[in-house]
Design a protein around this ligand. Sequence first.
Ligand SMILES: Nc1ncnc2c1ncn2[C@@H]1O[C@H](COP(=O)(O)OP(=O)(O)OP(=O)(O)O)[C@@H](O)[C@H]1O
Ligand SMILES: [Mg+2]
Length: 404
Amino acid sequence: MKKILAGLDVGTSKVCALVAECSTEGDLALLGYGLAPCAGLRKGVVVNIEATVEAIRAALREAEKTAAVRIGAVIVGIAGAHIRGLNSHGIVAVRGGEVGARDVERVIDAARAVAIPLDREVLHVLPQQFAVDDQEGVRDPIGMAGVRLEARIHIVTAAQSYSQNLAKCCERAGASPTEMVFEPLAAANAALFAEERELGVALVDIGGGTTGVIVFHGGTVMHAVVLPVGGSHVSADVATGLRTPLAEAEQLKIAYGASTVRVVGQDESVRVAGVGGREPRPIARRLLAEIIGPRMEEILTLVRRELERSGAFQNLVSGVVLVGGTSLLEGTQELAEQVFNLPIRRGLPANLAGMPEDLMKPMYATAAGLVLHGAHAAPGAGFGKPGRLGRLRTLMGEWVREFF
Ligand SMILES: Nc1ncnc2c1ncn2[C@@H]1O[C@H](COP(=O)(O)OP(=O)(O)OP(=O)(O)O)[C@@H](O)[C@H]1O
Ligand SMILES: [Mg+2]
């Protein structure tokens, strides 16, 4: 039986809904999409329910129209600086001398039994590796002989009030959120290669109001964090620096902006509208890059510091993959190479076959990854209270997904 999957990326600048049909074999066929500008979020979290509901509704309606299906449920992305990732581990005694599915479930329960405040909810429990007796680095312990099973996991949590507001917006727009996925984790599904996850890579999603970071090493998630900075700060700097309205600054940034003066010619010039009806005036494009450059360097430096602080930096053999709309700023790759001193590439939603040309851009990696997440998740996996078997399958599903 075929099932309909809808991914909903509720971003600080836009809402993107993607609908696909998933066959029993797990093959995906994209049916349609919808986009709507969104003014209901700040720094990745909902601050205006009404505006967010409207944007979600518009994007869903458009997606339904192009796909000619009704969307009742969505896999929704969540971002914001309230999201935290932490590493944990647990140990249990193996029953009956051979590790069974039940032992894996118990050890993961033990590992996740860390003190998580009541006002936070667990978004993901991502197994990193298991140890059976003295044998470390085990990926699938089921069937192995031993008496002691240990698990290392990464737990991603969100502030409950923020996730509830986002869920409420989806419900009010007519779609119930079956699962909430940390946005950079979704983007990684769409934009990273399996070898990169193995060798060590950081996916950095520089969006409108947030910069999300997720680090993979040995095929699993090592670190996750969201910084409350993004492209809207860049636009605000341009508006202030050039004394021009914000909407004009946004357009100028997109059309002529650059993250470093090194990619701008000496004599390039652009026209800037004045505030309060003043005449448009020409300015050197280098000036625009001089305003944008320091902010982009600040964002990338914050990411580097975060990676160093967490100890993940030294594992980035495959370097950094940039996604998100702000990564489109000319010269961002060059600037990132300088800040990280690592190989840098721009990520696209390439892992989802059949993406329309219009969506083959770094800001649509999250939406594509949400659909991929839905396609790989086992039946019963879900946001809320999945059954025990469903939950184990989800864990193993995550696990398998990290590797293959
Ligand atoms: N071609 C471009 N050049 C430079 N910046 C761009 C370009 N296109 C989009 N942007 C910027 O990218 C940002 C939006 O990116 P994106 O769509 O990834 O964010 P979002 O998902 O809505 O927000 P967030 O993930 O932070 O909640 C805006 O600040 C926008 O100005
Ligand atoms: Mg985003």
